[in-house]
Design a protein around this ligand. Structure first.
Ligand SMILES: [Zn+2]
Ligand SMILES: [Zn+2]
Length: 202
C-alpha cells in the first residue's frame, strides 16, 4: 500500500467528486444525486440536504481541480489555508466498520468543509511523500477527468475503463491503418469523451 487506507480512499473520493463536473454534464444535478454520492463514498456526519449544501459541494470541485494540478508549494499553501480556515484538529476515530483513521473536523461541520478538509489531510500525506505526480488528468484526449494513480509502476493513465478501452481501440485502429500502408494514423478527435450509457455508477 502506497498511503494509508484512509488517505487512498480520500484521494479517490476527491477525484470522483471532481469528475462529477463532467464538461457540460452535471453529475450532481440535485440533492438526490449528492445523497447517492455520499452513500457510495461512505460519508458520515451531519447532512443539511439543502440547495446551499449541494452548491457548496459543487463549488468545492473547482478548488480540488486546482489542487490537483498545483505544484508542490502551491498545494502546500492551499492545503494549509483550508486546514487553518476550518480549524482542523486531527483526531483518530473508529466508526462504521472503519478502523482508526483521521477526522479533522466535527461531524457537524458543513459537508463541503468536511470534504475539503479530508482531501487536504490526504494531500498532507501525498505532499510529504513527494508523490503529487500520482495525481494527474486522464490521458484520453478531451476527457479531462482527474486520476489517482496508486499503481506500483505508476502506469495508470486513464480515469476509468471507458477511457482505457477507447484508447486501446484507437491505438488498435492506428496500428491497422499503419499496417495497411495508409497515411499517418489519426489521433482520436478532441470532440470530448464519448459516453457509453450505464458504464459509470456516479
Ligand atoms: Zn470516518
Ligand atoms: Zn478519462
Amino acid at each position: 500500500m502506497l498511503f494509508s487506507h484512509d488517505t487512498e480512499v480520500a484521494l479517490q473520493a476527491a477525484a470522483a467528486l471532481v469528475n462529477t463536473a463532467d464538461g457540460p454534464t452535471e453529475r450532481l444535478p440535485d440533492v438526490a444525486a449528492l445523497d447517492e454520492f455520499v452513500r457510495i463514498w461512505g460519508w458520515t456526519g451531519r447532512r443539511r440536504r439543502t440547495a446551499a449544501e449541494l452548491q457548496a459541494v459543487r463549488d468545492l470541485r473547482r478548488w480540488l481541480r486546482r489542487l490537483w494540478v498545483a505544484d508542490r508549494d502551491q498545494a502546500v499553501d492551499m492545503v494549509n489555508q483550508v486546514l487553518r480556515e476550518a480549524n482542523a484538529v486531527p483526531q483518530l476515530v473508529r466508526h462504521d466498520g472503519w478502523d482508526y483513521h483521521m477526522h479533522a473536523t466535527s461531524p457537524d461541520a458543513p459537508l463541503a468543509t468536511r470534504m475539503a478538509v479530508e482531501a487536504a489531510m490526504a494531500f498532507t500525506d501525498v505532499i510529504r511523500a513527494d508523490e503529487l505526480g500520482r495525481l494527474r488528468t486522464c490521458d484520453y484526449p478531451g476527457c479531462g477527468n482527474v486520476v489517482v494513480d496508486l499503481s506500483k509502476n505508476r502506469s495508470k493513465r486513464y480515469c476509468d475503463q471507458v477511457c482505457g478501452n477507447r484508447a486501446a481501440v484507437a491505438a488498435y485502429r492506428a496500428r491497422k491503418l499503419e499496417a495497411a500502408g495508409g497515411q499517418q494514423a489519426k489521433a482520436p478527435g478532441k470532440t470530448g469523451r464519448p459516453r457509453l450509457p450505464g458504464t459509470r455508477a456516479s
